[in-house]
Write a protein that binds this ligand. Structure first.
Ligand SMILES: CC(C)[C@H](C(=O)O)[C@@H](O)C(=O)O
Ligand code: SF4
Length: 415
């Protein structure tokens, strides 16, 4: 097997020796659907007339989007998925409060190097942080996987992005990610896989790599992948749910494009309403008033995100309403044990259940018309957090620094 990481993963998964642009029928290693998408996937699954899923141990169902259920309709839909999970004997079901799907899968050891992991959620590319090929599909495709364990793909071409150098103090994985998206554009990587290389990438923690791969879809990419290394293996030690074989690109792998960036050029970045590539260096937007600050989501709700916010907010009081949502129960417990939780609560931060929270505007922190929210999430689409509201995206440090002043603030001023 030759080529890029994606070509090698698809070769293994389809039992051939495949190259970019080949059409393949691939065996799926793990399939995920959450409370939001499982309902539609189940409907299609039933319509197909299939009685039993292909492998009850390879399906993972975390409840995260609307937990605890916010309406009677949500409660009923969740009830029906729970019943189906029981009937099918699906062992990897995670009740609301366990965390966001893209945090839960890595924590439970399903995000593994070399695996093909498909989620009924667009940010399933997060698993690329572990050297997996992770991608999102629609609910009907997920029904097909539930039934057969297979799905067809066109093997994507790959863009190689190399970021040399070291990120400055006050500049984080999120800033690097927004910077790359700003340079690439929201459709600049459509249906490509992106492989990330360079010192600035290997220096990132696993959490930072997850932030970066999580947002690959925001430039249209099918997957974002960091080659596994010692940090990856250390994270997986005692956690991996199965054996795995790391996959690396060959020296002569063919890329459709190669781009180089220098980490030293990057200052804190903000994605301004209403597109994720509407990215500005923070110096251009400091002083923009905010009504709400939000720290959480599958992009930036991990312990190191809460920790940097706590460092900034220690002994201070937020000026605007500020919401924190740990990405999982385990992150919440770590935040409690380390004192981060107490620091943030004392600073005036409201905590809500681990899950997606206000990220997609369904509950727990919807904003009003004309309001500005500065968020650590991955999307700032028009109306996403509430009709007529404006979403700015930044790093947890930027959000925490801005929560104190009530306007977009450069975190380097308070660090
Ligand atoms: C609800 C779900 C289908 C959606 C997605 O796929 O991304 C959500 O997670 C989001 O972030 O908008
Ligand atoms: S936290 Fe936001 S982006 Fe992530 S899965 Fe949930 S709704 Fe989607």
């Amino acid at each position: 097997m030759q080529g890029t990481i994606s070509e090698k993963i698809f070769s293994r998964a389809s039992g051939g020796d495949v190259s970019a642009n080949d059409f393949v029928s691939a065996n799926i290693d793990y399939a995920m659907a959450h409370d939001g998408t499982s309902v539609l996937a189940l409907r299609s699954f039933r319509e197909m007339g299939v009685q039993k899923v292909w492998d009850a141990d390879k399906i993972i169902i975390p409840f995260d989007h609307l937990v605890p259920a916010s309406t009677e309709v949500a409660a009923l839909l969740q009830k029906s998925t729970r019943e189906w999970v029981k009937e099918q004997g699906i062992s990897n079901f995670y009740e609301g409060g366990e965390g966001i799907c893209h945090q839960v899968l890595p924590e439970k050891g399903f995000a593994l190097p070399g695996k093909l992991i498909i989620g009924a959620d667009s940010h399933s590319c997060t698993y690329g942080a572990f050297g997996a090929f992770g991608t999102g599909v629609g609910a009907t495709d997920m029904a097909e996987i539930f039934a057969s364990g297979k799905l067809w793909f066109r093997v994507p071409e790959t863009i190689k992005m190399t970021v040399d150098g070291t990120l400055q103090k006050g500049v984080y994985a999120k800033d690097l990610t927004l910077y790359l998206i700003g340079k690439t554009g929201i459709s600049g990587a459509t249906y490509k896989a992106v492989e990330y290389y360079g010192d600035a990438v290997s220096d990132l923690s696993m959490a930072g790599r997850m932030t970066m791969c999580n947002m690959a879809i925001e430039m249209g990419a099918k997957a974002g992948i960091v080659p596994p290394d010692e940090k990856t293996f250390a994270y997986l030690k005692g956690r991996a749910a199965a054996d795995f074989e790391p996959v690396y690109a060959d020296a002569d792998a063919v890329y459709c494009s190669e781009r180089h960036f220098d980490a030293a050029d990057i200052e804190p970045q903000i994605a301004c309403p209403h597109e994720v590539d509407n990215v500005a260096p923070i110096s251009k937007v400091v002083g923009t008033p905010i009504d709400q600050a939000f720290i959480g989501t599958c992009t930036n709700g991990r312990l190191e995100d809460l920790a940097v916010a706590a460092d900034i907010l220690k002994g201070k009081t937020v000026k605007v309403r500020t919401i924190a949502t740990p990405a999982s129960r385990s992150v919440l417990l770590d935040a409690i044990e380390s004192g981060i939780f107490e620091t943030l609560v004392k600073a005036g931060v409201s905590f809500i259940t681990p899950g997606c929270g206000p990220c997609l505007g369904a509950h727990q922190g919807v904003i009003a018309e004309g309001e500005n929210c500065l968020s650590t999430a991955n999307r700032n689409f028009r109306g996403r957090m509430g009709k007529g509201g404006n979403i700015y995206l930044g790093s947890p440090a930027t959000v925490a620094a801005s929560a104190i002043t009530g306007e977009i603030t450069d975190p380097r001023e308070v660090l």
